[in-house]
Design a protein around this ligand. Structure first.
Ligand SMILES: Cc1cc2nc3c(=O)[nH]c(=O)nc-3n(C[C@H](O)[C@H](O)[C@H](O)COP(=O)(O)O)c2cc1C
Length: 225
């Protein structure tokens, strides 16, 4: 399978070999096909597929190869319910402090609970700085932390793409960033696990509406001289 390195190099000069073009198309299909899903069916899924996606996450680039992330799989409905309740209570308080109208608060909280309670699995992706390098100055230490977060994003994308490639659906909820302690205490996570994202995983109940993408020209700048 696949083009050899030598063929790939010469293909730059001669144009793509067929196999290379197929690989690029397959990758584009995968990238374009993945979508953030926000409503799920309760049907069970094979947990091995979730593990395979976590394995895929492990192939993301990471600073010093430290793989500064951990994925926590939550399947049991009672635990997901407990988690959803604890997160909802915190969010409700935050929205009240924002002086949001009660009906709107409850609508949002219910929607969020549904995403945690309905799908068969949720995965809490955590930043893990246990193997981070230590520096004497705060600038480099902060750069080390930022690198870990950048790497977390790459791992998350691998995870989501592998979920999608296997015919499953997932969403991305940033809620853990706003209540990491609530999640850690509810799930009794190790102190080194810092919850950063929650991915509901299952089968989609409604095809998500895709957001458009910016034109290529607006995403790049060419420096020619
Ligand atoms: C860091 C991050 C946080 C996100 N948080 C949420 C969220 O809390 N709720 C949500 O519905 N989508 C969330 N999303 C998903 C984005 O809304 C989604 O990726 C974007 O609209 C593009 O749509 P697509 O993923 O279907 O291509 C998040 C995405 C990222 C990268």
């Amino acid at each position: 399978m696949g083009c050899s390195r030598r063929r790939l190099r010469t293909s730059h000069v001669r144009g793509w070999c067929f196999l290379n073009r197929d690989r690029v198309r397959a990758l584009e299909d995968l990238l374009h096909g993945r979508a953030s899903v926000r409503s799920f069916r309760p049907d069970a899924i094979d947990i091995a597929m979730v593990e395979r996606a976590i394995e895929a996450a492990g192939w993301a680039p990471s600073p010093h190869g430290t793989q500064p992330w951990r994925f926590v799989i939550v399947e049991q409905p009672e635990i997901r319910q407990k988690l959803a309740t604890a997160m909802a209570d915190t969010w409700r308080e935050q929205l009240r402090a924002d002086t949001m109208e009660t009906g709107e608060i409850e609508r949002r909280v219910l929607n969020s609970r549904d995403r945690i309670e309905t799908p068969p699995v949720v995965v809490i992706a955590c930043l893990h700085l246990g193997d981070a390098h230590h520096y004497p100055d705060p600038n480099r230490q902060e750069a080390e932390r930022i690198m870990a977060i950048q790497s977390f994003g790459a791992a998350a994308q691998n995870f989501l793409l592998m979920i999608h490639a296997q015919g499953l659906a997932a969403g991305w909820m940033c809620a853990p960033l706003f209540c990491p302690d609530v999640i850690s205490s509810t799930l009794r996570l190790e102190a080194s696990f810092i919850p950063h994202a929650l991915f509901p995983v299952g089968l989609e109940s409604n095809a998500p509406r895709r957001r458009g993408r910016r034109a290529l020209e607006s995403l790049m700048v060419k420096i020619n001289d």
